[in-house]
Design a protein around this ligand. Structure first.
Ligand SMILES: Nc1ncnc2c1ncn2[C@@H]1O[C@H](COP(=O)(O)OP(=O)(O)OP(=O)(O)O)[C@@H](O)[C@H]1O
Ligand SMILES: [Mg+2]
Length: 399
């Protein structure tokens, strides 16, 4: 074995041992499988879109079970309680049963721009607000899978994986079986597995066959998602930071796109290249019988520190160039997010790491950003679309 190979293997082994030790400490497997999130009456009422008084009245009238109580008398609700409240009071934030899930790709070929951080936080935000979510981790790096408590190494002998579903060499064709539970009752995940990289190579090999084989290779993820399209409100796709067959599958399967760009010059510049490349790739998909038509494309500034030299100017440049395609609120760079993701969690799952006010500011900021994306998602469902409803009203007034 050559010196180079030997050195790399030794480093790999050493890092793997360290990774397992870190995971043993961070994951605390016995503690983690149950989410320990509770809400006081005000927070619970806000999440279901009612006032605390309305909930108290419904409880008094027997339409709702009273909340649990701590020894000190404080009343609290769990995530499951929120689901029960919505059911009992007929509050339905999501789509109608026959409408399709909105499939959002959080896409940028640049690495480290916040794709996985946004995917995890947006999934948790949606679940808190009563939506059902399927997260599909399309990145062999598997960061998002790890944040949902699945260890990719544990899937090594599994047949029912995304990698096997996507690989044209595999006979596994029941996408539903690749879907797994998470600690969140209304979030499911198709985890990334180590075989995903092999699937990429298998898919690339179809290029030599051409024609039908290439079309099928490009549409595999879309076909899988189509088989569950009514079962979730939102499907979130976390792609790898590169444009290969996996990236093309993500682009072909998505119905909306969110492009994270931190307020940094290099990220801004590489995103110009990204947008040009996706436009080209969409033409390639269309040439191969795979039409793509996104309901929305939005850029989100994914890490912004207004006080950092140059970032305020970058934010201004982003506003000037992306105009209406840029979300109004930037995601502020925050130690809270950094610390939470270091521990494989979202801030929605973790306690404040510093002052409560700092944590709350970070949470309010994310809620505002995700609220904007949620508006775009609502627009895709006829039952929720405000613009369709107002144009219907305008039409009927004109008539
Ligand atoms: N708003 C933020 N504030 C602070 N840190 C952030 C923020 N967004 C992302 N990060 C940090 O930046 C790093 C990269 O983020 P992330 O892994 O989400 O990027 P990515 O685009 O998915 O990367 P890759 O292309 O490698 O998959 C992580 O350490 C994450 O904690
Ligand atoms: Mg990532």
């Amino acid at each position: 074995m050559s010196y180079t190979v030997n050195t790399l293997r030794n480093m790999t082994r050493s890092c793997e041992m360290m990774r397992d030790r870190v995971k043993a400490v961070v994951f605390k497997p016995d503690e983690r499988k149950v989410l320990n999130i509770t809400f006081g009456p005000t927070a619970a009422a806000e999440l279901v879109g009612r006032t605390p008084e309305a909930l108290a009245k419904a409880e008094k009238e027997g339409r709702l079970a009273p909340p649990k109580q701590l020894n000190n008398g404080r009343r609290y609700y769990t995530l499951e309680d929120l689901t029960h409240i919505r059911k009992a009071l007929n509050i339905h934030p999501g789509k109608l049963a026959h409408e399709n899930a909105v499939v959002v790709a959080v896409q940028n070929f640049k690495g480290g721009v916040g794709k996985s951080t946004i995917t995890k936080h947006f999934a948790d935000f949606l679940a808190l607000n009563g939506y059902s979510v399927l997260v599909i981790d399309c990145d062999p790096q598997a960061s998002t899978t790890t944040m949902f408590d699945i260890q990719p190494e544990a899937l090594i002998d599994e047949e029912e994986t995304l990698g096997n579903f996507l690989s044209p060499r595999s006979t596994f064709d029941d996408f539903r079986k690749a879907i797994r539970e998470t600690a969140w009752p209304t979030i499911k995940i198709v985890p990334s597995s180590l075989g995903l990289q092999d699937a990429e190579w298998d898919l690339t090999a179809t290029l030599t066959e051409g024609g039908q084989a290439v079309r099928e290779g490009l549409q595999r993820l879309r076909i899988g998602i189509d088989s569950i399209i009514n079962d979730f409100d939102v499907v979130l796709l976390d792609p790898p930071p590169a444009m290969g067959f996996l990236g093309l599958n993500v682009m072909a399967a998505a119905t909306g796109m969110l492009i994270p760009v931190p307020a940094r010059q290099l990220d801004y510049l590489s995103t110009i290249h990204f947008m040009d490349t996706i436009a080209e790739n969409i033409e390639i998909l269309e040439d191969h019988g795979t039409p793509v038509d996104y309901g929305f494309i939005r850029v989100v500034c994914s890490a912004y520190t207004p006080s950092k030299p140059g970032e305020a100017d970058m934010w201004k440049m982003m506003k000037a160039t992306y105009a209406n395609f840029l979300l109004n609120q930037p995601i502020l760079a925050s130690e809270e997010i950094k610390n939470a993701t270091q521990a494989f969690r979202s801030i929605y799952e973790s306690k404040p790491s510093a002052a409560h006010a700092t944590y709350q500011r970070c949470r309010d900021n994310l809620n505002a950003v995700f609220g904007e994306v949620l508006n775009e998602i609502h627009e895709q469902w006829p039952s929720k679309s405000i613009s369709r409803r107002s144009s219907d009203t305008a039409g009927s007034v004109a008539a």
